[in-house]
Design a protein around this ligand. Structure first.
Ligand code: AP5
Length: 216
């Protein structure tokens, strides 16, 4: 069982690589972003509470996301968890450490996906996802094989995110640098941090992540 964090700014490729790890290693992706988007899509009280915050590109409160993660972790995962988009603050990082130790588990690696801001605009504005299975695509770098239909499940429900525009990306990046990037030092000091080049081709990024996991 291997538990890892994929750490990186919006558009770094965390979701793309998490889905590949699920397939390759039987791990379970825990994406707080996806959990919150699901709540919005279902129109729950939580969804109503966070919709505006997410549309502005700001972070929702630590208490909300820690609660979501704890509930999902209790469902278990044989191959281990891939934390995608969590933790995003030092408080969340401490809470994750506590949760794992209470469950008799630990973190095996924190993988920082290094990218530069200029590439992120193109990544985020070209992204679309399958509304049925969550597969992630890009207009230029990863289009569907058949126009308008998901490669994985065939659904034609392909969607773009409300926060995937240049203006909101600026706020999301600012939130990342202010609140999330301190985690790089935090996990470096704990001797858990590895870095991969997130600007490389998707297969190369996957191979680099596999090398990190095979060392753990
Ligand atoms: P969330 O959904 O987590 O968004 P994010 O962190 O901003 O990350 P993204 O999903 O935008 O990017 P990604 O790194 O997964 O990239 P992807 O693989 O899709 O969070 C959304 C919001 O929810 C936050 O703003 C916040 O409000 C809230 N939230 C969530 N978690 C929270 C928390 N813990 N605390 C507080 N608030 C929280 O790739 C992007 C594109 O690039 C795709 O089109 C893909 O095909 C393409 N691509 C990927 N890799 C490559 C490659 N190597 N080469 C070329 N193209 C590539």
């Amino acid at each position: 069982m291997t538990n890892i964090i994929l750490l990186g700014p919006p558009g770094a490729g965390k979701g793309t690589q998490a889905k590949r790890l699920e397939e390759a290693r039987g791990m379970v992706q825990l994406s707080t972003g996806d959990m919150l988007k699901e709540a919005i899509a279902k129109g729950t009280d939580l969804g109503k509470l966070v919709e505006g915050i997410m549309a502005r590109g700001e972070l929702v409160t630590d208490e909300i996301v820690i609660g979501l993660i704890e509930a999902k972790m209790r469902e278990g995962a044989q191959g281990g968890f891939i934390f995608d988009g969590f933790p995003r603050t030092l408080k969340q990082a401490d809470a994750l450490g506590d949760l794992l130790s209470r469950m008799g588990q630990g973190l095996d690696a924190v993988i920082e996906m290094q990218v530069d801001d200029a590439a992120l605009v193109a990544r985020v504005t070209g992204r679309f996802t399958c509304g049925n299975c969550g597969a992630v695509y890009h207009d230029v770098t990863h289009p569907t094989k058949v126009l308008g239909a998901c490669d994985v499940c065939g659904s034609t429900d392909l969607k773009r995110r409300a926060d995937d525009n240049e203006a909101t990306l600026k706020t999301r990046l600012m939130e990342y640098y202010k609140k999330t990037s301190p985690l790089i030092g935090y996990y470096y000091a704990k001797e858990m941090l590895s870095s991969v080049d997130g600007l490389a081709e998707m297969d190369v990024v996957s191979a680099d992540i596999a090398k990190v996991l095979d060392r753990t």
